[in-house]
Design a protein around this ligand. Structure first.
Ligand code: BES
Ligand code: ZN
Ligand code: ZN
Length: 499
């Protein structure tokens, strides 16, 4: 059951709902101004005493409930701390709406109304609020058979928005639903264990999605992959009983101008990464079911773009395989010839993501891509560098990378620029083949991985997002469940729409 959203024109005092949510700016002292001051007046001064006693401070995500407030038709009033006003942006707004939803849902609330502050009565703010709700609603409890008794939010009203911008706000809510549902589409796939999402099953999810949205689809099986001489992808796949797939989904705008760019979104989809013959330790290996996060992200972006209709052509190219240590598996020292013709010395079979991406990047260029963005759970080294806070963002030219980083900032998804200087290229030179799949020497593991990809992107403008630290989160946040985060989906949708 999905949440029903509605734009409510009634004054807040007469909205009959389980709860009204408002947010309060503040640092040590709350700021009882604007709609919060109005609420205080409407309730006959219920808020001021909470501020005086120090219970209400406005600290970010502080939660204060007032039950059966007089003067309001709602059963309760929830005041959410919004933190300092000068640090406030749509990123904070998304967290506030999301945290309110999870807080109220856990207390059995079925419906609530969210009162936007005076400065947030715009379409963009409405979009952020609804994105926050949809992000927060998701839980990775699909396989739990004794879920908490029907705890679900059924209806949410947005209140406070001006009547004369009704059509624009409603359009913004629709956009948010498309984006939020696409993010969930990605998170659902990332959450699936590898026995329930093999490369073939991932391809069939892409197929269903393409049929529903009217996108073009081409699924290359192992035979076509071999005909195209994708030796790097095949090298990884050969150790598994499950055959690989190369999933291509394409969006073409109604009218295409000559020489307009073609954006390819290339996503790593290793449905399980054991490491292959360079096998991983058993500890936390179950997390390697998420090694297809980049691919899920790109399919989700295409799902949204099919409905949001950017003016440029966009394709997702998703190489899907398992990385297994079977009897036919590739071994350290093996040399594979990539589709581009470059020979690769496979030093470590656990550095498989860059191998499958090499052929996918080459194929995307063959299909006419003028710009490349890849997303991949590529290296443990990015977790060392940036923990689970920032995505590591690489790319050339710098101006192209900066535009992606700008979208990330606008969407509240933290990404940090990483270096790609020529010195690092030296570290992937091989004595046996053209390049090796791991860096020689110490350190810089994420950068040498990025350089490996750049060897295949060549001069095509290219951005690489290493999401190994950020695709999955072990801890719950007030605005977000533990598990798949859906990182980069919103940024890439934003980027494609602006490009
Ligand atoms: N899928 C892993 C990277 C990863 C690590 C993803 C942690 C999510 C969380 C990748 O294929 C890998 O194993 N990389 C190796 C490369 C090394 C062998 C050069 C790594 O980072 O250890
Ligand atoms: Zn690996
Ligand atoms: Zn991997």
């Amino acid at each position: 059951m999905s949440i029903q959203f509605q734009l409510e024109a009634q004054p807040f005092s007469s909205v009959s709902t389980d709860a009204i949510v408002a947010y309060v700016f503040g640092d040590k002292e709350p700021r009882l101004e604007g709609s919060v001051a109005e609420l205080d007046r409407a309730t006959g001064g219920k808020i001021k005493p909470l501020a005086d006693s120090g219970e209400l401070t406005g600290k970010f995500l502080e939660m204060i409930q007032i039950h059966y407030p007089q003067g309001l038709a709602a059963k309760k009033l929830l005041l959410v701390g919004a933190g300092k006003r000068d640090k406030f942006s749509h990123a904070e707004l998304r967290k506030i709406s999301g945290a309110a939803l999870r807080y109220l849902r856990s207390r059995g609330v079925k419906s609530f109304a969210f009162l936007a502050g005076e400065n947030e009565r715009t379409p963009a703010a409405a979009q952020a609020i609804v994105e926050g709700f949809l992000h927060a609603e998701y839980d990775s409890d699909k396989y739990q058979t004794d879920k908490k008794p029907n705890r679900a939010i059924e209806r949410v009203a947005l209140i406070g928005f001006p009547a004369d911008s009704r059509a624009d706000i409603e359009a913004a809510i629709e956009r948010a639903k498309i984006i939020g549902e696409s993010e969930i589409f990605a998170r659902d796939m990332i959450n699936e264990p590898s026995n329930r999402l093999t490369p073939r099953m991932l391809a069939s999810r892409a197929e269903t999605m393409a049929k529903e949205t009217g996108l073009e689809l081409d699924i290359l099986d192992e035979k076509r992959i071999a005909e195209l001489k994708m030796g790097a992808l095949l090298g990884v796949a050969q150790g598994s009983a499950e055959p690989p797939r190369l999933i291509v989904v394409r969006y073409r705008p109604g009218q295409k101008k000559a020489n307009s760019p073609v954006l390819a979104l290339v996503g790593k989809a290793v449905t399980f990464d054991t490491g292959g013959i360079s096998i991983k330790p058993a500890n936390n290996m179950e997390e390697m079911k998420t090694d297809m996060s980049g691919g899920a992200t790109m399919l989700a972006v295409l799902r949204a773009l099919a409905r949001l209709k950017p003016s440029i052509e966009v394709m997702a190219v998703v190489p899907a395989t398992e990385n297994m240590p079977g009897g036919r598996a590739q071994k350290p020292g093996d040399v594979q010839i990539a589709m581009s013709g470059k020979s690769i010395e496979v030093i470590n079979t656990d550095a498989e993501g860059r191998l499958i991406l090499a052929d996918a990047i080459c194929y995307a260029k063959k299909l006419g891509a003028t710009h490349l963005i890849d997303a991949a759970t590529l290296t443990g080294a990015i977790v060392v560098a940036l923990a689970n806070v920032h995505v590591g963002a690489f790319g050339t030219p710098r101006e192209f990378l900066d535009r992606v980083l700008e979208s990330a900032r606008a969407q509240g998804e933290k990404m940090w620029p990483m270096p790609i200087d020529d010195e690092y290229q030296e570290m992937i030179k091989s004595k046996i083949a053209d390049i090796r799949n791991t860096g020689s020497g110490k350190g810089g593991g994420s950068i040498t991985a990025a350089w490996f990809l750049k060897e295949f992107a060549e001069d095509t403008p290219w951005v690489h997002l290493d999401i190994a630290g950020t695709a999955w989160r072990d801890d719950v946040k007030p605005w977000s469940a533990s598990g798949p985060t859906g990182i980069a989906v919103r940024t890439l949708i934003d980027f494609a729409l602006k490009m």
